[in-house]
Ligand binder design. Structure first.
Ligand code: DC
Length: 513
């Protein structure tokens, strides 16, 4: 029996790339890979089908206990078949189409154990390489970039939080993700992630030279577009004679992103920043008293972190910067409007102190990319999610940008509340009012991309995530300042499984300290 059934349509003759597309279960590699292949005129092969078909056959024929040899022998009876577009997305056993059966829950439960068997993997290795040999193919799996095709022209790794993947799978199966069946899917995915990544042979992990695409909150079409763009850029780089995906940063940049990478962002604390913070504390103390409440030690000292605070006064950045900088011993990065840098002394201080200029006319996209880069390079970013100061001291509707950023980068968020700063230095007043007290409250770090993520997609998911994070800030504020989020104060932290700490509990948090 032939290993691969002939595609129904004539294969594309233009030269193309060999693309490895790996990722965990339900990360979208099969559907995204198939759609991208269709758009590019590439062949597509979902290698998970081979492992699934072997598992289904072993269950079906009851060879589970008869040894490895019987299991390996099943491989010869499995055939991948092309659909109308030539994509190897169907599986035949003895000529019968069993694509639907191999995606059933019984196979889901058994496939990770079966795919741990080294002899089975070895038997399928050659099969996969033969399929890829003619080129112009996207091959999806777990170990394509690391083991099956280590010399692939381009390696992509699709990643998404387990909650997002469970929701997608529940949607596929028309199951309510919040009901028992939905929770079972989540537990099952977790179990398979653990098995797939901990196995001794070809464990699930991105290749060192893979480009990782995080897809939380993305619409399906957005992820397809990311993949298509990455492949087109790599094709262009290759025809321009520049290296395709490789191990050097330049080659990687050329393969996925034609723009060369900018200079790394500076992360250490300079004497100048310490001096400015000390001066700001001195001046602030001359005007008002400042109290810090909460667990400062819980703020990670290393790795990406987002500090998110309410914004009611010009005093907010002063108090946060002046008090937290020396305590954390790391630079706080801020995004500030470009015009700020035209001011003689303030401009110089801002630039040297971790404020990044953002052009308001080209606005959001530029700011978003910059913020993402700050976090991806492992720094601490301070954000006021409301965008601008509130006129009455109470929380106003926040933008969804921060939720999107947190979902995409998986950075932990530390909610902060600056209490009563509006009474000391109200919006519209040139100078602060002496006296009184400002309190800076520090909340508990949490991950938005955690298991409590709402079972919704796209804009709705980002909107719901924004409400969750603003609810955490509101919970730290007195009722008078909770404004728009009064009804959501503390709602998220109180929910079971909402992830009051970064996923994996304390240990994960410590890993980024
Ligand atoms: O992508 P999927 O869920 O259809 O994959 C099913 C199983 O097959 C998965 O648990 C791991 C295994 N697999 C593998 O080990 N290596 C591959 N290249 C593809 C899938």
């Amino acid at each position: 029996m032939p290993a691969v059934a002939a595609p129904a349509s004539a294969p594309e003759t233009r030269p193309g790339l060999v693309v490895a597309l790996d990722g965990p279960g339900s990360s979208g590699k099969s559907s995204v890979g198939a759609a991208a292949a269709l758009e590019l005129g590439y062949r597509f092969c979902d290698t998970g089908l081979l492992y699934r078909a072997a598992t289904w056959l072993s269950l079906h024929r009851g060879v589970g206990d008869t040894g490895v040899e019987a299991l390996v022998a099943l491989v010869d009876d499995v055939e991948l078949a092309a659909d109308a577009e030539g994509r190897l997305a169907r599986v035949l056993v003895d000529g019968r189409d069993v694509t639907k059966e191999v995606r059933g829950p019984d196979v889901d439960a058994a496939v990770s154990a079966v795919s741990r068997v080294p002899e089975l993997r070895a038997a399928l290795l050659d099969r996969q390489r033969r399929i890829a040999a003619p080129g112009r193919i996207i091959m999806a799996g777990r170990d394509i970039g690391t083991v099956v095709l280590p010399d692939a022209d381009l390696k992509l790794f699709l990643s998404a939080s387990v909650a997002e993947r469970a929701r997608r799978r529940a949607e596929e199966r028309r199951v309510n993700p919040d009901r028992a069946e939905g929770r079972d899917i989540l537990a099952e995915l977790r179990r398979r992630d653990e098995l797939d990544s901990s196995r001794a042979v070809a464990p699930l992990r991105p290749a060192d030279d893979a480009r990782v695409l995080v897809t939380d909150g993305n619409r399906f079409e957005e992820t397809v577009e990311l993949v298509v763009d990455a492949i087109r850029s790599a094709e262009a780089a290759r025809s321009a004679g520049t290296p395709s995906a490789g191990t050097t940063p330049t080659a990687r940049a050329l393969a996925g992103d034609v723009r060369p990478r900018p200079e790394p962002i500076e992360g250490h604390l300079t004497p100048l920043i310490r001096l400015v913070a000390a001066a700001a504390r001195l001046i602030t103390r001359a005007v008002t008293r400042v109290t810090i409440e909460g667990d400062l030690r819980a703020i990670p000292r290393r790795g990406p972190v987002i500090l998110a605070a309410n914004h009611a006064s010009n005093a907010d950045p002063v108090v946060i910067g002046a008090w937290l900088t020396p305590q954390l011993g790391r630079r706080i990065h801020w995004l500030g409007k470009k015009e700020l840098f035209d001011w003689p002394i303030i401009g110089w201080m801002g630039r040297s102190g971790g404020v990044h200029p953002v052009d308001r006319s080209t606005a959001d996209l530029e700011a978003f990319r910059l913020a993402q880069r700050i976090l991806e390079e492992g720094h601490l970013l301070m954000v006021f999610p409301e965008g601008t100061r509130s006129s009455d001291g109470a929380l106003q509707p926040a933008k969804d940008g921060l939720a999107m950023l947190a979902l995409r980068t998986r950075a932990p968020i530390v909610p902060l509340a600056v209490v009563d700063s509006d009474l000391r230095w109200p919006r519209g007043q040139l100078l602060p009012r002496p006296g009184g007290r400002i309190t800076l409250r520090i909340g508990e770090p949490f991950l938005l991309a955690d298991d409590g993520a709402p079972a919704r997609r796209g804009r709705a998911a980002k909107g719901a995530a924004t409400v969750r994070l603003m609810g955490r800030i509101a919970a730290l504020l007195p009722p008078r300042q909770r404004g728009t989020y009064a009804a959501h104060a503390g709602e998220d932290a109180a929910r079971p499984g909402s992830g009051t700490r970064p996923r994996g509990g304390r240990r994960d948090l410590e890993a980024v300290r």
